[in-house]
Write a protein that binds this ligand. Sequence first.
Ligand SMILES: [Fe+2]
Length: 129
Amino acid sequence: MPSFANPFAGNVSRKITKAELIQAIRLDIAGELEAIFLYDAHVLATDDIVAKTVLSDIRDEEKAHIGELMTLLRYLDPAEAEHFASGEGEVKEMMAKLGIEEPSLESVMGKSYVSGLTVGSLIKDKEGK
Ligand SMILES: [Fe+2]
């Protein structure tokens, strides 16, 4: 939620340490998750197709921001990245025991969608052309 009551809340009087930066990135990720939750709630709460389209696009951009921040976090803290990888491995192991394959982008989006993807098509898709 916005907290603009104090216009100086975002100002810092010094450069932050690497440990503080890592904590800040974690907080940024939490903010992105909250934004996704809110945009998605607004998408679900309206039948206005333009609002749904715009809000869905913004929501998905927030998801991309999480990818960027997670990559940055892995760069800043490789030890933490090992924990992420460990957790991913545990879930994949559980799924394998259940006989469930990890869904591919193709299975989610459709083969023709994936096989037709190029950088140009993604840009056109993003621009709604
Ligand atoms: Fe964002």
